[in-house]
Design a binder for this molecule. Sequence first.
Ligand code: MN
Length: 200
Amino acid sequence: MSAPFTLPPLPYADDALAPVISANTMGFHYGKHHKTYVDNLNKLVDGTDFAQQSLTDIIKKTAGDKEKAGIFNNAAQIWNHTFFWESMKPSAGGKPTGKLASMIDSDLGGYDKFKTDFAQAAITQFGSGWAWLVSENGKLAIKKTGNAETPISGNATPLLTIDVWEHAYYLDYQNRRADFVNAVIDKLLDWDRANERLGA
Ligand code: MN
């Protein structure tokens, strides 16, 4: 079997985001969950045309196709997790700088309101899913998606995400999703990267 998809390296050490995200959580979340999506996708695309296609092409082509749900779910989860790791860095979070600072003021009612609304999207996503800050038609928007659903199957450009599947926080926070979400917002969100994604 060929294995066209590989687990991208973490952009920092597995303990770099502690204590917000412990090395133990990272070991399972990146080392087991993220890796399993890669292994599953390699099995599912083996011998198909998808084996030669990019992850984003596969996601766009299989979104909404019930017969391809397994391929979509694993491909989207690979992409979403890689994007999540790249939405955070140590000693970050809090108020943004640059173009996003002014866009949050003009489009989302200021940082305090953004923080409340972004956390609320993450906390109220029922069951498994993701909260997103996206750029859509030149404006910022907050979205939430269920399970593996991802904004890149539509027209929005993701800028930041938080994984709110229980596996993202249960070892460190048990059922306290709100504590996990607020700690990520306050201490880990990588606004520099988000500004780069905006082309700022
Ligand atoms: Mn996850």
